[in-house]
Design a protein around this ligand. Structure first.
Ligand code: MN
Length: 320
């Protein structure tokens, strides 16, 4: 780090300035500010779980991810990226969602993301349940038009309704297609698995052009070649959004989530996926479904914090 870069951009608070377990828990111990003004990228929390269908608790996700991010240092030793030498980043806190009204909550999220994008800032969202990706994409598509999508998850999240409701954590990508927020033949879903209702559960997306990579296709292998293929197919121009559901990981690594499926991705494969997004025109991302009540060790939130750091490192310009 040059003294110059340190002077220009926000830096995470170092471990010798304040003990890592001390101080206020912002994401990566970055400065906090009220808006995205002047930022290249921001971390923002959406403390919601009113869209969940099984175990709840993701309303506590943003705080726990911030708490577990306290070990993150500014330089990525593995990916070789020093994002804080090249980007101005801060934590802009949480959106004040309406925990009694999911439709109103979605509007609050869309408005909040609109505000971030108006500043030319890339939002990296700390969830929160997966419902939030739908209102985030409404804002993203308003600015960029329909975007390509890298969706990492145990589930397709393309149900039409849940208990008759159109907005829930199992429906965001159905709504996104219906409202022309994503490009179906520039959409890849990675890690899908578990039990379903019929053999055709994943075909709704496939029939539209989604590439669906089931977990079994990922077992025992590196996902770097898959991401190489994704980069070739998407190219470096089309705006891309990355939505990472922590339940894509095997519960051995990430038990702290609401809808657990066995036989999932490893943390190493998760790193390969997010690092493999470098070179894409990433315009936003989220890390969703961390549920601290089911995460007694804190490791699920810790993995989530690390994947958000990796997303930051994958953004255009993060590597100078
Ligand atoms: Mn999901």
């Amino acid at each position: 780090m040059t003294a110059d870069a340190k002077h220009r951009f926000n830096q995470p608070l170092g471990g010798n300035e304040m003990p890592r377990f001390g101080g206020l828990a912002t994401m990566m111990r970055l400065p906090m500010q009220d808006t995205a003004a002047g930022l290249d990228a921001c971390f923002v929390g959406v403390p919601m779980d009113i869209g969940t269908s099984n175990r709840a608790g993701t309303r506590h996700g943003p705080r726990q991810i911030r708490a577990e991010s306290c070990m993150l240092r500014p330089y990525g030793m593995g990916n070789g990226v020093a994002p804080f030498e090249n980007l101005q980043v801060a934590d802009i806190g949480d959106f004040a969602i309406n925990t009694f009204n999911i439709s109103a909550t979605c509007d609050i999220i869309t408005e909040g993301i609109n505000g971030i994008l108006e500043h030319g800032c890339v939002p990296l969202v700390l969830g929160g349940d997966h419902t939030l990706t739908y209102p985030v994409l409404r804002a993203v598509a308003r600015k960029f038009g329909p975007v390509a999508l890298v969706h990492v998850d145990a589930h397709a999240d393309t149900s039409d309704v849940m208990f008759g409701e159109k907005i829930a954590h199992g429906t965001p990508f159905r709504r996104a297609v219906e409202e022309n927020l994503i490009i179906p033949d520039r959409t890849v879903q990675i890690g899908l698995r578990g039990t379903g209702y019929s053999p055709s559960d994943y075909d709704w997306g496939r029939n539209l052009g989604f590439e669906v990579v089931q977990a079994e296709e990922c077992w025992h292998r590196s996902l770097a070649p898959l991401m190489e293929r994704v980069r070739q197919r998407f190219g470096g121009d089309v705006p891309v959004y990355v939505s990472f559901d922590i339940d894509s990981l095997d519960p051995a690594f990430a038990p702290g989530t609401g809808t657990v499926e066995v036989g999932g991705l490893t943390t190493i494969q998760a790193l390969e996926i997010v690092r493999g997004c470098s070179g894409l025109n990433l315009v936003g991302g989220d890390l969703v479904e961390v549920s601290p009540p089911y995460d007694p060790s804190g490791n699920t939130a810790l993995i989530g914090a690390n994947l958000l750091f990796e997303m930051l490192c994958a953004l255009p310009g993060a590597n100078g």
